[in-house]
Design a protein around this ligand. Structure first.
Ligand SMILES: CC(C)(COP(=O)(O)OP(=O)(O)OC[C@H]1O[C@@H](n2cnc3c(N)ncnc32)[C@H](O)[C@@H]1OP(=O)(O)O)[C@@H](O)C(=O)NCCC(=O)NCCS
Length: 170
C-alpha cells in the first residue's frame, strides 16, 4: 500500500488509544499479543515505552524503547578501538520491539521509524550518556536492519543482537 510518510503520526501508548491497537496485526503472534496485553503494563512499570504510529487514523506500526548496554567481548575490542574507544560497556537505547501491520508492510514505514532512532539517541545523549542504538533482531529481519546500517554484535537464543554507532555516523 502506498503511504505518504510525511503524514505518519507518532503517539505514545496510553489508556485512551490502547483499544484501537486491538486491530493491529503484523502477522507475528508474540508482537501482536505484546501490544494488546503487555505494552501498557511495561510502560507503567517503566520497563519500556511504546509508541504507536498512525496513518489516516489507523495504527500501522508500533515500537518500544528501553535503555541498554553493549558489553564488549575480548574478540570485539579491536572493532571498538577503531572508533577510538576502549570501554568494557557502552550505553545504548534499545529498540525492544518493532512491528508494522501486514497491510502496510514494505511501504517504507519500518525503515522510516528505525531511521528516526539516531536523532532520538542524540536528543537523549544531551541529558544522559548514550552512544548506540541496539536491537535484538529476529533472524528474518536481520537484513532489514543491516540495510539501515546496523552491525552484527552476537547471536542470542532466538535473535541477533545488532548495534548502530550514533557517534561516528551522524
Ligand atoms: C520487518 C519489518 C519491521 C519491516 O518493516 P517494513 O515497513 O515492512 O519495511 P520497509 O518497507 O521500511 O522496508 C525497507 C526495505 O527493507 C526491505 N525489507 C523489509 N522487510 C525485510 C526483511 N524482513 N528482510 C529483508 N529486507 C526487508 C524492504 O523490501 C525494503 O527494501 P527496498 O528499500 O529495496 O524497497 C516488518 O515487516 C514487520 O513488522 N515484520 C513482522 C515483525 C518483525 O519481524 N519485526 C522485527 C522484529 S526485530
Amino acid at each position: 500500500m502506498a503511504i505518504n510518510l510525511s503524514r505518519l503520526q507518532i503517539e505514545k501508548l496510553s489508556d485512551s488509544n490502547i483499544a484501537i491497537a486491538g486491530q493491529f496485526d503484523c502477522g507475528d503472534h508474540d508482537l501482536n499479543e505484546f501490544l494488546k496485553d503487555d505494552a501498557l503494563k511495561h510502560q507503567k512499570e517503566r520497563i519500556a515505552a511504546t509508541y504507536l504510529c498512525f496513518y489516516e487514523g489507523k495504527v500501522v506500526g508500533y515500537f518500544s524503547w528501553l535503555t541498554d548496554a553493549i558489553e564488549i567481548k575480548e574478540k570485539d575490542k579491536r572493532v571498538f578501538k577503531k572508533i577510538g574507544m576502549s570501554y568494557r560497556t557502552y550505553p545504548a537505547i534499545k529498540l525492544g520491539r518493532l512491528a508494522i501491520d501486514k497491510k502496510y508492510a514494505k511501504s517504507g514505514v519500518g525503515s522510516y521509524l528505525v531511521k528516526s532512532m539516531p536523532e532520538n539517541v542524540i536528543f537523549f545523549s544531551e541529558f544522559i550518556g548514550c552512544r548506540f542504538a541496539t536491537v535484538d533482531a529476529y533472524e528474518t529481519a536481520k537484513e532489514f536492519y543491516e540495510r539501515i546500517g546496523f552491525k552484527m554484535h552476537s547471536e542470542r537464543e532466538h535473535t541477533v543482537f545488532m548495534y548502530l554507532d550514533i557517534g561516528s555516523s551522524y
